[in-house]
Design a protein around this ligand. Structure first.
Ligand code: SAH
Length: 225
């Protein structure tokens, strides 16, 4: 067991929120508050605890990453999850984004294709008192039994927007997803208004690939980077 200085971690978290989030224009007070509260250092491998509040993504094993704090805040601000809303996340990874959504009072459903990561995320979320529904599988298919969702957030880069996710988005709903090829994607917001899809491009981002039936094919993976 590594001894963790919780007071130091809180100071690092406060500084992260000031210097990485507020300074770059994140304004949603509920998002800032959630990020001040969730112990991000418990979502990274033990040897990276000291870097948990730094300004970049970190490896979490299995070739995957926990997103940069700013990316989590930015996507959550665009998603605008309201308490009680059904929110679907694709790409549970470490579970950090799911914890933020739970803290904001959403009814969270999250899908992770890697069983090892899914189980680890479930354990750490439970330890913190968060109990999202977690499914192991291909998130590009969505979660049809639980649809529709008022909010959908995809935390891996897609070649295009998976049709099942558009179908499972509720009227008035918001879907946030990185779309585009290797190395750089466009963070895209889709809103469903009176049955019509309205798409907005928010800015560029870099994610690991979304691999699945309506994502990148397993054999294309090598070409992604
Ligand atoms: N939201 C995470 C970061 C996700 S990294 C966090 O807060 O830590 C992207 C994750 O998407 C990886 O864990 C990867 O295994 C997963 N992934 C990739 N394709 C997927 C798919 N089709 N369905 C579900 N998960 C997928």
């Amino acid at each position: 067991m590594v001894m963790i200085d919780e007071e130091l971690m809180q100071r690092l978290r406060d500084r992260m929120v000031r210097q990485q989030l507020e300074a770059r224009g994140i304004k949603d007070q509920r998002v800032l508050e959630a990020m001040r509260k969730i112990p991000r250092h418990l979502f990274v491998p033990q040897h990276l605890v000291e870097r948990a509040y730094d300004d970049y993504p970190l490896p979490i094993g299995e070739g995957q990453t926990i997103s940069q704090p700013y990316m989590v805040a930015w996507m959550t601000e665009i998603l605008k999850p309201e308490p009680g809303q059904k929110v679907l996340e694709i790409g549970t990874g470490s579970g950090y984004q799911a914890a933020i959504l739970c803290e904001l009072g959403a009814d969270v459903y999250t899908i992770e294709k890697n069983p090892l990561l899914a189980r680890e995320a479930e354990r750490r979320l439970a330890q913190l008192g968060y109990f999202p529904r977690i499914r192991i599988g291909d998130g590009t298919l969505g979660w049809p039994e639980e649809a529709p969702f008022q909010r959908i957030i995809v935390t891996a880069g897609a070649p295009s927007i998976p049709q099942p996710l558009l179908d499972q988005l509720d009227e008035g709903g918001r879907l946030v997803i990185p779309v585009g090829p290797s190395g750089m994607q466009m963070l895209t917001l889709v809103q469903k208004r009176e049955g019509k899809l309205v798409t907005e491009e928010e800015g560029t981002c870099v994610f690991v690939p979304l691999v699945g039936r309506y994502g990148w094919k397993e054999e294309e993976r090598g070409r992604f980077f």
